[in-house]
Design a protein around this ligand. Structure first.
Ligand code: DO4
Ligand code: MG
Length: 283
């Protein structure tokens, strides 16, 4: 089942049919003791809604914080080591890749998150910007994974590479994160074969495309979730981006007008346009 947050309220999709969810408060909905069972009852007891197609999709987030894991794929480790070589930071990335404790960092609050079809931003003071396509976990308030969505961890690689201590500025700014198009509600681990695909369109043609799969993810999503919930409470649950396994070549940087399309089957496709400077209303 897939859960959508829209301008018309919340919907659950099952077998190609969409059902209105009576609970309109997103935080209350995702804090439900058994979200999957609750939504199953909505599907089994309801009749399909005809108005889903007219609804505008919104980022599937309420008062959840968004956190992110880094250097969880070998490709990310190598890219990070190369970009920070001159700053002497390369060794840290190698060490965190093999360490028991993962790199986890704060990424966004809802006001900084772009929903499906809206704009993500690149910083005016960055020269090297990239999207990071990441499987993103929705973790319930008790620390268990309750669903999955597609995430884009927009990043300023020149700022990140200049000094590892600049990471928060490279990662956290208005619309530096996109989530959507829905939550795949499931507590089962996704298969290792799950593909992650990104396409960046410039002027209608592909400027970059890349692919990876969860087989390349070095850490178990449940272990990342457990680290995040150590010594931290999240009354409404939290999102955790699981890191990128796709890095465009070093001469690639995003430009305003680019379109970023990230697909993770079986969740769906998250598509956002890239802007710089102007900030139109979020989610
Ligand atoms: O350590 C920097 C962050 C890396 C990251 O965001 C990723 O690997 O996805
Ligand atoms: Mg990332």
């Amino acid at each position: 089942m897939k859960l959508y947050r829209t301008s018309n309220g919340n919907y659950v999709e099952d077998g190609g049919k969409y059902f209105r969810v009576a609970e309109s408060n997103w935080d209350a909905l995702v804090s439900h003791e058994n979200l999957s069972a609750y939504l199953r009852a909505v599907v089994d007891g309801g009749k399909p809604a005809g108005d889903f197609a007219s609804a505008r999709l919104e980022a599937p987030i309420g008062n959840q914080e968004v956190w992110a894991a880094g250097v969880t794929y070998f490709r990310s480790r190598s890219a990070r080591m190369a970009e920070s070589k001159d700053a002497g930071g390369g060794d840290f990335y190698d060490r965190v890749y093999t360490a028991e404790r993962p790199e986890l960092f704060f990424k966004a609050t809802a006001s900084r998150v772009a929903g499906p079809g809206s704009n993500v931003r690149i910083r005016v003071d960055a020269k090297w910007s990239v999207p990071e396509p990441e499987l993103t976990l929705l973790i319930g308030r008790r620390g268990h994974i309750i669903g999955y969505t597609v995430g884009n961890d927009m990043s300023s690689r020149d700022i990140e590479g200049e000094n590892p201590l600049y990471l928060p500025q490279a990662k956290v700014y208005d619309r530096s994160c996109a989530l959507g198009p829905c939550i795949l509600v499931s507590s089962d681990p996704l298969p290792a074969t799950t593909p992650i695909h990104i396409e960046i369109l410039r002027g209608g043609s592909a400027a970059f495309s890349g692919a990876t799969s969860l087989a390349e993810l070095k850490r178990k999503p449940a272990d990342l979730a457990a680290y995040l919930f150590r010594e931290n409470t999240f009354p409404f649950g939290a999102f955790l981006m699981t890191g990128t396994g796709i890095v465009p070549p070093d001469d690639f940087t995003l430009a305003p007008g680019d379109k970023v399309r990230i697909t993770i089957d079986p969740i769906g496709t998250l598509e956002n346009d890239v802007v710089q400077g102007s900030l139109t209303p979020a989610v």
